[in-house]
Design a protein around this ligand. Sequence first.
Ligand code: NAP
Length: 371
Amino acid sequence: MALIDTAATMIFTSSSSSSSTARLLLFNNTKLHKFPNTISNFRRSTSLHFGTSSPTSRTIVTHCSSSPASAIQVNNETLATVIDGKRVAKDIREEIAVEISRMKEEIGIVPGLAVILVGDRKDSATYVRNKKKACDSVGINSYEVRLAEDSTEEEVLNHISKFNDDPSVHGILVQLPLPSHMNEQNVLNAVCIEKDVDGFHPLNIGRLAMRGREPLFVPCTPKGCIELLHRYDIPIKGKRAVVIGRSNIVGMPAALLLQREDATVSIVHSRTKNPEEITRQADIIISAVGQPNMVRGSWVKPGAVLIDVGINPVEDPECARGYRLVGDICYEEASKVASAITPVPGGVGPMTIAMLLSNTLLSAKRIHNLR
Ligand code: NAP
C-alpha cells in the first residue's frame, strides 16, 4: 500500500488547484468511485509502435494492484510502452540538483520557493510538507508561512508582497483552497508574474495562448505531460492530439502546449457529443477529467500515445485501505491498443512536482541572469 500512499501525497503536491484539492478531500473522506467493470474482451496481438519510443514493456495489470509496477509478465500480448513518470521525474530532480550546485558555485545563489498556507486542512498541510521535502531533495531553499483559518485577506496579501520583494525567494505558491472569506483571484493575482512558478497568472496563460509570445512559466502538470512525450522521443509536430478536459490548470494549458508544438488539437469536454469518435482519431490523447476508466480501449486508435492525468480513488476491498487509484483511461484495455501509456499512479503525478522544482530553478536563473 505504500505505493498508493505515495501517490496520494505526491500527485497533488504541486497543484494548488482547488478542484484537485477538493477531489483529494473527497478521497480522504473515502467517498470513492465505484469501480466499473473495465475488463473487456478487447484483445490485440499486432505489434504497435509509435515514433522511436523507449524499450517496450510487456506487462498486464493484475486486479487490485493496478499499478504496472506490480504487474506480471504476459506472453503473446503486445502491450504499450509504459511511460515511467516516476523514473523520468527522478532523472529531472537529479538534473536540477546538479544545476543548483553549479549555480551556488558560480554566483553563490540558491533558488528559494515560498509557500503560504492558510488554515489547518490536513490535506493542504501534507502538500506543503511534500513540497518542502522535494525542495530539500534538490537543494532549493523553502520558506513557509502558516496563517490561521480566520486570517484576513490583507494578511495574506502582505506576505505575498514581502515574498515578491524578497530576493532570496524565486517562486511563490499560495496553497489552495483558501478560506471562503478570501477572494482567491485577488490573492493569486498579487503574486508577481516573475515568481508565478505555478504558471496560473493570467499574463502567463495569455502569453501561452499567443503566437510569438513566451510565458515566463508553464503550469506544472501540463508541462510534465509534454516533458514525458519529449523524453520518450514521441513526435508531436503534425500529429492529431485530443485533450480531454479544459480546466485552467491542466486541460486548457495542455491543449495550448500541444498546439505550440504544431499538433492539430481537439478538446473534448463534458458537453462533447460522441467523444469516442474524436478520441479515435488521435495520435496523442491527454486526459484530465477525473472520471475513473472513462476512456475505454475502443476509444483509442491503434498505436496512439496516452497520457493519463486523472487521479481517481476507487473502492477496492482487496486493498488494505479499501481503495486504489486509477486514471481516466482504462489501463487494462487501452494498454493493449496504444503504443505508449502513462500508468496511474507513477505517470504524470511525479512529473508535476518535478516541474515545480524546474520552474523554481528557471526563475532563479532568469532573475540572476545565469545561463
Ligand atoms: P476539473 O477542473 O474538474 O476539470 C475537469 C474537466 O473534465 C472539465 O473541463 C470537464 O468539462 C471535463 N469533463 C468532466 N466530465 C467529463 C466527461 N464525462 N467527458 C468529457 N469531459 C469531461 O479537473 P482538473 O483539475 O483539470 O483535474 C482533472 C483530473 O486530473 C483529476 O482527476 C485530477 O485529480 C487530476 N490531476 C492530476 C494532477 C497530477 O499531478 N497528476 C494534477 C492536477 C489534476 P467541462 O469544462 O465541460 O466541465
